[in-house]
Design a binder for this molecule. Structure first.
Ligand code: CMP
Length: 224
């Protein structure tokens, strides 16, 4: 019954209908409300999660107790593969940002799948490489930019990952809260509010209800 969704998950693209249907029989669906912790860092893990609908954030907590958001993942993405692959505890927290349906695959089923279908292992490596690239870019941004640069970089990343192009610019649907934007940019909620206000008065962005319009890609990269 979940074959249709699994078919749209790029990781499973190489599977034929029969294999998808076998996989869908061992993938357990579960609905999580908003703000529910699905994975807790340091826990033991034996489940892989595929996002059927909704969105999650992947985060860690810094030494001084602040949340650092590493990534946001939406429909068709997966998470929880790291503990299954290396046997170590969970590397990060994963929390729903809205009501989210997840398909859960047990370790044994997942490992069998990648052993039987090497092309899935290759796809998995490609996704992991792309996540590492994004994380590298993020580290570079956090190390190099001042606070405006970090916030605009976060906005451009969101626009690239989940924005839709309109004649007026790129629209980020259901933009993250100012607190989440702060946790993605290594700053405080107050600073995000101040910088967004300035960017809006300068015409770079427009708040549209819950959405945010980015007018052009030439956002300023410094506070001045
Ligand atoms: P696991 O360590 O099992 O549990 C937490 C999950 O968060 C991890 O698997 C990955 O699926 C995901 N994750 C950890 N770090 C990142 C990252 N930098 N970018 C995207 N996803 C991540």
């Amino acid at each position: 019954m979940h074959s249709e969704l699994l078919k749209r998950v790029s990781l499973f693209e190489g599977l034929n209908d029969e294999e998808l249907s076998t996989l869908s029989q061992v993938a357990l669906p579960r609905l999580f409300p908003k703000d529910r912790v699905v994975i807790m860092a340091e826990d033991e893990g034996d489940t892989l999660f595929v996002i059927s609908t909704g969105q999650v954030k992947v985060s860690i907590v810094s030494e001084d107790g602040r949340e650092v958001i590493l990534s946001m993942l939406g429909k068709g993405n997966f998470f929880g593969e790291m503990s299954l692959l290396d046997g170590h505890p969970r590397s990060a927290n994963v929390t729903t940002m809205q009501e989210t349906e997840l398909l859960m695959l047990r370790r044994a089923d997942f490992l069998r799948l990648i052993q039987n279908k090497p092309q899935i292992a290759v796809k998995l490596l490609a996704v992991l490489a792309s996540r590492l690239r994004k994380t590298d870019r993020k580290i570079k941004g956090l190390a190099l930019s001042d606070v405006t640069g970090r916030i605009t970089q976060t906005l451009l990343q969101l626009a690239e990952e989940q924005g839709s192009t309109t004649p007026e610019g790129v629209l980020i649907h259901n933009r993250p809260t100012h607190q989440d934007l702060a946790n993605m940019s290594g700053t405080t909620r107050e600073t995000v509010s101040r910088v967004l206000k300035r960017l809006e008065s300068q015409g770079y962005i427009v708040h549209k209800g819950k959405d945010l319009l980015i007018v052009g890609a030439d956002l300023p990269v410094s506070d001045s």
